[in-house]
Design a protein around this ligand. Structure first.
Ligand SMILES: Cc1ncc(COP(=O)(O)O)c(C=O)c1O
Length: 478
């Protein structure tokens, strides 16, 4: 790539660029790894900072390295090293009763077993969570008063927490009044209440295909039906397919993840989000928007939720702190737009209100705990973990494997050759103490027999690499 400039007439910065490229080609610097900072390279090699900067800019232009905001330069995965991406899904346009296998419960159980390699559940590593800071926030609250979190509170939930959520929404350009927010036990309760507010048993809910199995479980438990809609691993749900379903009066409501969809990791382009809203408004169809991964973008900016553009109150935004602060605290929230009264009523009968002590701890963390600083760190960590896992898949998985290129979050959706049965692979992998999430769990009709979802929530290690080599070997023999 830089061969053309590797000759005697090179400028110094070109020589430096060539030297770095040599290190990459020899494998001293590997794809996904950080290269020395400009300052350090300059000091170590006795060249000026501006020369190193020019060299890095050249390498960046040639796609050899990439800059990550506030983090430095990293060796890029070259596209010839990346496996192709899976194609858009094509589920038939037919509503289905849902029956999610109990395998989901086994995948969740694996989280608690330290002997099992954790590619199954979408769970951040304990090493990456700011537990000490959270403990400190909780301690500060308990020291302040003897009665923190002891009494009942309003169904809307803890006011300081709603204030913090409202304030943070301003950062992505949206005003949600704190009284338009209801706190919940995780995103799960938010999705549950919102579904019950907009639909009844027997109604059909449009979902992406594939979709997060927890969403299918909730639809199943509420005796509703799921209508899987074609979804592109790059741009999200097909608006054409969705509008066809809505026009045919097949859909009561939608439940979608426009930002960093689970399991695809894709993010809907802003124009699609606006078009989606136009369709919803035209037919007066409510949409539950699951934005649980919204803060975990790998790029420069947070993508806005669809809710930001909603003028009609049709979007019920749901999220939680499970992927960023603590899944165990079970603190989530919803901004249910014009359905607030219904959701509030349902909240009262469901759990009365969320646990105020833990809400206060999260509010304190948002207010005073360096949450944004922490998010910056964790976003980089996840982007790197996703890259390194992709690289290992390239190396160890059978010919014909395809992998998504998530723009946020920490999940990879892997299409294996047709000969591989993901459920059989799940069992074989578990026998080797490796947990994965097989594709059929992500479909109401148990489609995706040769797909798996891999969670990259844990810092890269030799053990993870070894487990991926084992998975690749197992898949290769099927
Ligand atoms: C897309 C999505 N929504 C909701 C949830 C559940 O969130 P919580 O643990 O906050 O209930 C998850 C957890 O994996 C998820 O991936």
């Amino acid at each position: 790539m830089l061969n053309k400039i590797a000759n005697a007439e090179q400028h110094l910065y070109e020589q430096v660029a060539h030297q770095i490229q040599g290190l990459i080609e020899q494998g001293t610097l590997r794809p996904g790894e950080r290269i020395p900072s400009v300052r350090r390279f300059s000091a170590q090699n006795g060249v000026s900072i501006s020369t190193v900067m020019q060299a890095y800019a050249l390498l960046e232009d040639h796609g050899v390295i990439e800059a990550r905001p506030q983090s430095g330069y990293y060796v890029r995965l070259r596209s010839r090293e990346l496996p192709p991406e899976p194609a858009i899904s094509h589920p038939p346009l037919a509503a289905a009763r849902v029956n999610v296998p109990d395998l989901v419960i086994r995948i969740h159980e694996a989280i608690e077993n330290p002997d099992i390699v954790p590619f199954g559940a979408a769970c951040p590593s304990l090493d990456l969570l700011p537990s000490r800071k959270l403990n400190r926030a909780l301690g500060a609250i308990l020291r302040r008063t003897n009665y923190a979190g002891v009494t009942y509170q309003s169904a809307l939930g803890n006011q300081p927490l709603r204030h913090q959520i409202s304030r943070r929404a301003l950062d992505w350009g949206h005003h949600i009044a704190e009284n338009d927010i209801i706190t919940t036990f995780g995103c799960t309760e938010a999705l549950n209440l919102c579904l019950r507010a907009v639909a009844e048993p027997g109604d059909t809910i449009a979902v992406e295909s594939p979709t997060y199995f927890g969403i299918l479980q909730i639809i199943e438990s509420l005796k509703m039906k799921a209508l899987e809609i074609a979804t592109d691993p790059k741009t999200g749900v097909s608006l054409e397919a969705l509008e066809t379903a809505i026009r045919k009066r097949m859909v009561k409501a939608c439940l979608l993840m426009p930002n960093f969809q689970n399991p695809l990791g894709c993010c809907m382009p802003e124009e699609n989000k606006k078009e989606l809203l136009r369709i919803l408004a035209r037919y007066e169809i409510p949409m539950i928007e699951d934005d649980i991964y919204g803060d975990l973008y790998h790029g420069a900016d947070r993508p806005q939720p669809v809710k930001t553009f909603d003028k009609n109150g049709l979007v019920l935004l749901c999220a939680s702190f499970s992927k960023t602060l603590s899944a165990g605290y079970r603190i989530g929230w919803t901004a249910p737009g014009r359905f607030k009264t219904q959701v509030e009523r349902l909240k009262v009968t469901n759990t009365m209100s969320t646990a105020p002590l833990l809400e206060l701890a999260i509010a304190e963390m948002l207010r005073n705990g360096g949450y944004d600083h922490y998010l910056r760190r964790i976003r980089k960590a996840y982007a790197l973990q996703v890259q390194l896992t992709t690289r290992a898949i390239c190396k160890y998985f059978p010919e014909g494997t395809k992998v998504t290129r998530p723009l946020g979050g920490f999940l990879l959706w892997v299409e294996l050759p047709k000969s591989v049965n993901a459920l059989a692979l799940y069992r074989k992998a578990l026998a080797e103490k490796i947990s994965i999430a097989p594709g059929p769990l992500f479909s109401a009709k148990q489609r995706y027999p040769n797909f798996i979802r891999l969670s990259c929530g844990h810092p890269w290690s030799a053990e993870l690499e070894q487990a991926l080599a084992t998975l690749g070997r197992l898949a290769g023999t099927m």
